[in-house]
Design a protein around this ligand. Structure first.
Ligand SMILES: [Zn+2]
Ligand SMILES: [Zn+2]
Length: 186
């Protein structure tokens, strides 16, 4: 789904600010790659982002997209999720939120839940370190799949290809199981 313009404007301002603070050059390519990633709430994979960026920059390579996404992840501008059976997908929504993953059509839907944000941690998990944020991934049939509506199978959901192995470690993926995320230190 398309993100509303006002929200996208705020994200674009933040993007420019973060790059400036990090003394990273704001090139037209980086700007467009971020804009296309942030313009949708669909959590696009790299192929989907590449397709979108090529609408305005026809000659941009997949490698350029890849390097830009790795940079954005390093700067904390995007995060990555990797639902089971899917390519790594990118999320420009920096607000604390959780994901509902449809196991039928592959939709990854953001939702907020203050209760999950305060999920109690006990025993072994608490002993692992200081918890600073929580992310929960729920799996099931989305409303339209549950209602039996034929949902288009997005390109993001398909058998994994060897190219997946190229994901840099700098793009941290979220586990597909509910888990407690501790803040990265880098
Ligand atoms: Zn679905
Ligand atoms: Zn999300």
């Amino acid at each position: 789904m398309r993100r509303n313009d006002r929200e996208l404007d705020v994200m674009m301002d933040n993007f420019a600010r973060v790059l400036h603070a990090a003394e990273v050059r704001l090139t037209p390519q980086r700007l467009e790659i971020y804009r296309r990633t942030a313009a949708t709430t669909d959590h696009p994979d790299i192929d989907a982002i590449h397709r979108e960026v090529r609408r305005t920059l026809p000659y941009v390579s997949l490698d350029t997209i890849y390097r830009a996404l790795a940079l954005f992840a390093k700067l904390g501008l995007i995060s990555a999720i990797r639902p089971p059976g899917c390519h790594v997908r990118f999320d420009a929504n920096l607000a604390p939120h959780h994901h509902f993953i449809c196991t039928r059509c592959g939709a990854a839907i953001d939702f907020e839940d203050p209760g999950l944000d305060r999920l109690p941690v006990s025993g072994a998990a608490a002993a692992l370190g200081r918890v600073e944020s929580r992310h929960v991934e729920l799996h099931g049939a989305c409303a339209s799949c549950a209602a039996g509506a034929p949902a288009p199978r997005p390109r993001a959901v398909r058998a994994q290809t060897p190219r997946l192995a190229r994901s840099p470690r700098s793009i941290g993926t979220r586990s597909h199981r509910p888990y407690i995320k501790t803040k990265r230190r880098d």
